[in-house]
Design a protein around this ligand. Structure first.
Ligand SMILES: NC(=O)c1ccc[n+]([C@@H]2O[C@H](COP(=O)([O-])OP(=O)(O)OC[C@H]3O[C@@H](n4cnc5c(N)ncnc54)[C@H](O)[C@@H]3O)[C@@H](O)[C@H]2O)c1
Length: 459
């Protein structure tokens, strides 16, 4: 049968690593994925609409910390990976993995326009014997109800002429313990043949694979993981506020609870949630749920708690300044760490940005320092990372404090309050506490330090 032949031809190409793997969208997910496939023997062709990204890749230069520059450079030199903005070349690919953004709009509704746009481009060039895998996080049934109809406009049929699956990306940028190499890949195809091919691809690349019965189960798996995280962080954020009222240290209680070898896993309070996943993905599920007359109360409740945290932290700063005898309206406040989590350079949806925005109306002047983020814009106002003396442990990463000297440049003591919004490992917290007038610590970065000038969230 002809469809059997198409399937077995592609299987053979995948098995022999002759299949050319296209990756559409070369960001935090797509570029490390491309490097992973190229390192594991496949020829990879990346697609991106940003010409500067395409040029950098072709020069072997990485702009994503999780895709090591040395490895990328080696793979480019050996012809294993290259990039293009020319969609015509999707015809050359046997496998195409879609890794484009899936944001929410201003009303927190899913915006799948990147998926739709990309799929339309692929559909115009779809040929027999291609395997398309959607990796972007999205609501259940996107693969079957959004992607599939667009691809079938080509006149080709899924399971017969081409194959389609969903496989969520589960990487945690900046996490060196769990990477793309040792995190199992979940796969659900639109037909059993589609699942088989996608499983074969990831297994052959070296992944441990978990096959599920459908694309919609795979889509839900990803939303389940991130909603679980969002809800548990919200629980800790609520308990942190209770603990403050009761004068109990929540961090100590979490550490103690974590010693239980079963039935508990730690989550931590903080100034809110950020990044392209945790604050966004649950809304994809709650939006879809409404189509079924269903209201996801846990998601709404967590959003309420988590999105209130930046306001809560700002109130804490204002209150702490007043308690220290400083007029908040005249105070200089330094926000330390503005990336959405420690040791990454990703600023998307970072709660620190919201904190800066709220602080602007409440204190005298707001500054920030982040070794990974040189400048940013909040509410149309440009901020540049303030160089500060003696701030970091690692001189290589202290690009923003290396140029500092003593002549009129900042020291930590120059600020009325230092907010630890993101606990980057590179900061020297001992020195910070020793020299600061007031430290508001939203991350427990000062865990083992003592000082009358520390005000900690959740204590
Ligand atoms: N960042 C994470 O930690 C993470 C983890 C797991 C899953 N995800 C999911 O993976 C998807 C991608 O996220 P990301 O963080 O890599 O996004 P990103 O913004 O870092 O990268 C997306 C890339 O796609 C490119 N792009 C946009 N439209 C395109 C088009 N039409 N054709 C080709 N390229 C196009 C952009 O230029 C960009 O380089 C999202 O659905 C996200 O939810 C992200």
């Amino acid at each position: 049968m002809i469809e059997q032949r198409i399937h077995s031809d592609l299987s053979e190409r995948v098995k022999n690593k002759q299949a050319k793997v296209g990756i559409v969208g070369l960001g935090y997910v797509g570029l490390p994925l491309g490097v992973y496939f190229a390192s594991n023997g496949y020829e990879v062709l990346g697609f991106d609409i940003k010409c500067e990204r395409v040029n950098l890749i072709n020069q072997g230069k990485s702009y994503i910390r999780d895709a090591k520059g040395s490895e990328l450079s080696r793979l480019v030199k050996s012809g294993k990976i290259s990039a293009t903005w020319d969609y015509e070349k999707v015809r050359e690919c046997d496998v195409i993995q879609i890794c484009v953004p899936t944001p929410v709009n201003i009303n927190k509704e899913p915006d799948v326009s990147y998926i739709v746009g990309t799929t339309e481009e692929i559909s115009k060039r779809l040929r027999k014997g291609q395997l398309i895998i959607l990796k972007s996080t999205t609501f259940p049934k996107t693969t079957e109800s959004v992607v599939l109809p667009i691809l079938e406009r080509s006149g080709l049929r899924v399971g017969r002429d081409f194959f389609l699956a969903f496989s969520p990306e589960r990487i945690d940028p900046g996490n060196e313990q769990f990477t793309i190499d040792n995190t199992p890949t979940v796969v659900g195809g639109v037909t059993p043949q589609c699942t088989k091919l996608a499983v074969l691809l990831y297994k052959n690349a070296g992944s441990k694979v978990v096959a599920v019965s459908s694309a919609r189960v795979a889509e839900l798996t990803k939303l389940l993981e991130n909603t679980f995280r969002n809800v548990n962080i919200a629980l800790m954020n609520e308990l942190a506020q209770l603990c403050e009222r009761m004068h109990i240290n929540i961090w100590e209680a979490i550490d103690a609870a974590s010693t239980k070898p079963f039935g508990f896993m730690p989550f931590y309070p903080g100034p809110g949630v950020g990044g392209h996943c945790i604050p966004i993905d649950p809304y994809y599920l709650s939006w879809k749920a409404r189509e079924y007359d269903f209201h996801t109360s846990f998601i709404e409740l967590s959003a309420k708690v988590n999105e209130n945290m930046p306001y809560y932290v700002v109130n804490k700063i204002v209150e702490s300044l007043s308690n220290a005898g400083v007029c908040p309206g005249k105070a200089k406040v330094l926000v330390l760490g503005i990336a959405f989590k420690k040791d990454v350079d990703d600023l998307r949806d970072s709660p620190a940005l919201k904190i800066i925005e709220i602080l602007e109306g409440k204190v005298g002047k707001v500054f920030y320092n982040d070794p990974y983020i040189k400048s940013t814009v909040v509410n149309n106002k440009k901020y540049t990372s303030t160089p500060i003396d003696n701030l970091t442990l690692n001189s290589q990463l202290s690009t923003h404090d290396s140029s500092t000297g003593s002549d009129g440049r900042s020291t930590i003591h120059d600020f009325d309050c230092v907010l630890i919004a993101t606990g980057h490992s590179v900061y020297d917290y001992k020195k910070i506490v020793k020299n600061a007038n007031l430290v508001v610590d939203a991350r427990n970065a000062t865990k083992n330090l003592k000082g009358g000038n520390i005000v900690k969230l959740g204590c």
